[in-house]
Write a protein that binds this ligand. Sequence first.
Ligand code: GAL
Length: 471
Amino acid sequence: MRHLSAKDAKPPLRASLLPTGLKDGSVTRYKNSSARSPYRLNLHYPRPKGALNCGLLTNVRGAPIKNAIILAATLLTLTQAQELEIFSWWAGDEGPPLAVLVDLFEAQNPGTVVINATIAGGSGVNARSVLKARLSGGDPPDAFQVHAGREIDSWVAAGPLEDLSSLFADEGWNEVFPKDLLELIRTGGGTWSVPVNVHRSNVMWFVPAKLKTWGVTAPTTWDEFLTVCPTLQERGVTPLVVAEPWTQGHLWESVALAVLGPEDYEALWSGRLPFSSPEAVAVWRTFGRILACTNDDAAGLSWQGATDRVVGGEAAFNIMGDWAAGYLTTTLGLEPGTGFGWAASPGTDGTFMLLADAFSLPVGAPNRDAALAWLRMVGSREGQDTFNPPKGSISPRLDSDLGPYTAYARSAYSDYTEDRQVGSLVHGAAANEVFTSGFAEVLEGYLSSGSAAQAGAAAQALAERSGIGAD
Ligand code: GAL
């Protein structure tokens, strides 16, 4: 597997990188050791023939073979290997579940080297613009991460993408994925991506032992939260930690669901409830009161940094999608239920705000066959049940094996099957990409003006511009 940054999205100067070590079955040519580095260049190739069983390569008489020969053998392998470039924003702390999937792919497809091109930035805030430029510049990766839902409309238009309907028929996926999810990846008569998971957006995270120390319980409504807010502040604890702007949009969608209820929340996306209506404007008022209970250094904090504050006891609660469960268990090694606790975001119990990560195939993918093999694996039961346990998400496949999943994921699965489902705005399910990126500006406007009425009017203007409710 090779990890590339935006800059390196095309293969780097190969000869400029020397092997740094040999591992069983592979040569790791370069590795950036910083786990938090947003851009990693991690080149992982099949070990060249002749390198087998040697910690240090030797000739038949046991003398070390010159470095030049090792390099030549490596380069020969590189030039012969079939490549597959996958593009996503799962970098740094978000990388491990993807790495597991890549390993599975490489094991199933010996001879194909995965170029893992990642652009760091939670929820794809940075990846989307790079992807847009690559698609419109005629430089598509072989497969790219996308959200299921209305976000896909933008990629269908910018692409074009390949219609995957026949892949779904061949793999029997029309029977294996839930109908509602299939609807999210279809538009205009085509099927445009293969879902790899389902995440839940409306989750509140906390550490049970810390709440006990502070004498508070997890609030079930925002009014309850606003009541415990001063108690926590008096103890020097941030009641609710927020991070960089998209995480505040993430909080907004949970607050909107709580204030409006699922019916009216959905009515926003079908255009039946204007954003400038008194009901929708009320969301901003509650949102403002909640923000008064948050940290004032949000802008410089990543979502993982916000989670760290909850774990460290500097903050009591955080609203984040359940990739936080992946981070808490896979990266921090915490036990669900004791190391961390969770509940539906206040006022949203009984509703599962859904989003799904998926992969699409652009027309003109340089390695189309390898990309199709990737998609087949991504949609397979084995692929999904390998990727999702460390990711914090669940597999939407109806035949998924819950055995390897954590206690958190099992609880999410039962909510997914029993609760009413609505789509996430920030993570591409509810609205097209024009609205989602424009909404970040509406939010920014609200943060500087503090005017709920203005925010409602701006959101409504944006909805009209981006065609919300037009179909
Ligand atoms: C979401 C994505 C998740 C996770 C999260 C944080 O949009 O669906 O898989 O990556 O962003 O980056």
